[in-house]
Design a protein around this ligand. Structure first.
Ligand code: TXA
Ligand code: MG
Length: 334
């Protein structure tokens, strides 16, 4: 059984000691909960992959306290052919100063001393400095970088509460979960690849492309439905076990009228949904929607209906686009 514990100083120290000992610990960030291990401990990293059932070609994000710790994970700029990494280090520092701590992950050339397991064998490493107070206290207590994917079973919906982590890893003996309440952002960080020129968004998130452009100029956007945009990431992701489908409001009315078995419906208009169907009401603003999306998907999944219908949000700004990306991935089956 996992243990959800309050993030007291004693528990933070215990969590740091577990990491030092090559164990894994779940902790909150402002985006989603992470399942962490010492970036330099092969055993800890192997456990993360094994517990998640994560494909070994899907690299991890290293969580750091600040830019100095990040810089130590990066290849130091060289004189001869190091021109590119010098530029990306400079851009990285610029972005870190503006968006860290926060939901922006930077992909940079990795230093040779970073173990291959921490990056799935790639010569690049993804790094971010989380803003959540509990994550920061854990990083302070531990001292070094913590590699952590989202703390869900591979392919399933990301966790935005300690209970979600406990649910997914119910069979894991003694997994320590630091409780940090509900995640404020609710969807995973924006991943920006600084090794391509211009920098390229690999995963949309709450740090928008407009914000990135305002700091570094040209940025290549990701395409919502493109498969395998980030290494090891199949298109199907963030998906409930119940088949999910995106529908507009007219389609929703139609489907509710003709369904022959109960549906679970994520909707802006719960009043449309009458028994035997189940409504999970969704908030109208992008920020609130992102914050509640994963718990809504988990809630809908737990209803054990034949199908989940998701009313497509009409919004079009950057955060809505990041949300649409997650919805499309949740609705892909196979
Ligand atoms: O908000 C987040 O980023 C959360 C919290 C816990 O920090 N973490 C998270 O980790 O979402 P994960 O492992 O579920 O997703 C990491 C993403 C994957 O899409 C992976 O392919 C990409 O980052 N990634 C990691 N290292 C990379 C690299 N070296 N190059 C390109 N993409 C990389
Ligand atoms: Mg994940």
């Amino acid at each position: 059984m996992p243990h959800i514990v309050a993030a007291t100083d004693a528990m933070i120290s215990q969590a740091a000691a577990l990491l030092r000992d090559g164990k894994t610990v779940a902790f909150p960030t402002e985006t989603v909960y992470g399942l962490g291990a010492d970036t330099f401990n092969a055993r800890g990293l192997a456990t993360v992959y094994q517990l998640k059932g994560r494909p070994f070609d899907n690299p991890l994000i290293a969580h750091v306290r600040d830019w100095e710790v990040a810089a130590a994970l990066m290849q130091p700029p060289r004189d001869q052919d190091g021109a590119t990494s010098r530029v990306s280090a400079k851009i990285g520092e610029h972005l870190a100063r503006r968006f860290w701590p926060g939901p922006l992950t930077l992909v940079v050339e990795k230093s040779q001393n970073v173990p291959a397991k921490a990056t799935a064998g790639l010569h690049t490493i993804a790094i971010r400095s989380p803003a959540h107070a509990v994550a920061r206290r854990l990083l302070d207590a531990f001292g070094g970088p913590i590699s952590a994917p989202s703390a869900n079973r591979s392919g399933y919906v990301s966790p935005t509460a300690a209970e979600h982590v406990a649910h997914d890893f119910a069979d894991v003996e003694d997994l320590l979960i630091l409780d940090g309440g509900r995640c404020d952002v609710g969807i995973e960080s924006t991943v920006l690849d600084l090794t391509s020129d211009p920098p390229r968004v690999l995963r949309a998130g709450s740090v928008s492309i407009e914000q990135l452009r305002s700091v570094i100029g040209e940025v290549t956007p990701t395409r919502v439905s493109r498969q395998d945009i980030a290494p090891g990431t199949a298109a199907r992701h963030y998906a409930p076990r119940t088949p999910a489908e995106l529908v507009n409001t007219d389609q929703l009315r139609e489907r509710l009228r003709h369904a022959d078995s109960p549906l679970a419906v994520l909707t802006f208009q719960p009043a449309l949904v009458a028994p035997p169907h189940h409504a999970v009401g969704m908030p109208p603003t992008a920020q609130e929607y992102a914050r509640s999306l994963y718990s809504a998907l988990r809630q809908a999944d737990a209803l054990n209906c034949q199908r989940i219908l998701i009313e497509i949000p009409p919004g079009e700004d950057d955060l809505w686009r990041a949300i649409h990306d997650r919805l499309h991935r949740a609705a892909i089956h196979g």
